[in-house]
Design a protein around this ligand. Structure first.
Ligand code: PLP
Length: 268
């Protein structure tokens, strides 16, 4: 390329997640986030959903060893800088994903413990929450539950009180998480406040609450953006701050989209 400066290499980032055909959440949101943040996105699909912006109508899950094989084929061929895990649907899939990732040991694993969709429809079998804790918490760099997922994972009662976020995050650490980003987006008030809790520091991140109906895929987008910034070399604290800024921008321009009658997607 003559004397021109060589551009930096584009990192590979892998999403292990379910498909949302409406393009709002799941691997579709993850791949858009990776592209917007200058990463090459890869996707190992854990489940097909039948859904639109109004809800989830059906879920089809492939055999667990097929999902493990999807992941193994990618690691056999490429260097992967960061992994984002989303919907795993069933405990057997969580176990297969954990076994595969334990073999390949990527530098960063962001675990979004998806149990239900924005519409409230369940995306998980009965034993999934326990399998996430047992098999994936020990491998994950960061776990990113919202308040209701945190209640399921810890067995603590659901609390929407800002004061109890520290106790909830501590309980997730006691379950074996290495770091927790507890998302308070469903708390009342004008701010969306999240708590980053690690063994060595705690930090609160707040952003102005954006009023829009188009909130489908916000959890997927945040976790994917964190993975993308880690892949670019940010440390955890700065990856979370930059990812939250990216999500706020995506929410602010979400009303430019006209997708469906329910919760539409954010704009990447
Ligand atoms: N993954 C899939 C495949 C989904 O369909 C959904 C929600 O519908 C999610 C993850 C979680 O979505 P959100 O990012 O809105 O929490």
């Amino acid at each position: 390329r003559g004397g021109a400066e060589r551009a930096a290499l584009i990192p590979n980032v892998l999403s292990i997640a379910g498909s949302d055909p409406s393009g709002g959440a799941g691997i579709q949101a993850d791949l858009k986030t990776f592209a917007a943040l200058e990463c090459h996105g890869m996707a190992a699909i854990t489940a097909l959903t039948v859904q639109n912006t109004q809800g989830v109508r059906a879920i089809h899950v492939p055999p667990a060893d097929f999902v493990g094989a999807e992941i193994d084929a990618l690691f056999a061929d490429s260097t992967i800088a960061a992994v984002k895990i989303g919907m795993l649907a069933e405990a057997s899939i969580a176990k297969a994903v954990a076994a595969s990732l334990a073999r390949h040991a990527p530098p960063h694993i962001i675990l979004d413990p998806v149990l239900a969709a924005t519409s409230g429809d369940s995306l998980s079998g009965p034993a999934l929450a326990e399998a996430l804790v047992t098999h994936l918490f020990p491998l994950a760099t960061l776990v990113t539950p919202n308040l209701s997922e945190a209640a399921h994972l810890t067995g603590l009662p659901f609390s929407a009180a800002k004061d109890s976020m520290g106790v909830t995050a501590e309980a997730l650490m006691a379950c074996g998480a290495r770091a927790v980003l507890l998302k308070g987006g469903h708390l009342e008030g004008d701010l969306a406040e999240d708590l980053l809790y690690t063994a060595s520091y705690q930090e609160r991140f707040s952003a102005r609450r954006v009023e829009t109906r188009n909130t489908h895929g916000t959890g997927c987008t945040l976790a994917s953006a964190i993975a993308a910034f880690l892949a670019h070399g940010h440390d955890l604290r700065s990856a979370v701050a930059a990812a939250k800024a990216y999500l706020t921008r995506a929410l602010e321009s979400a009303d430019r989209l006209d997708v469906g009658q329910g919760h539409g997607p954010v704009h990447h």
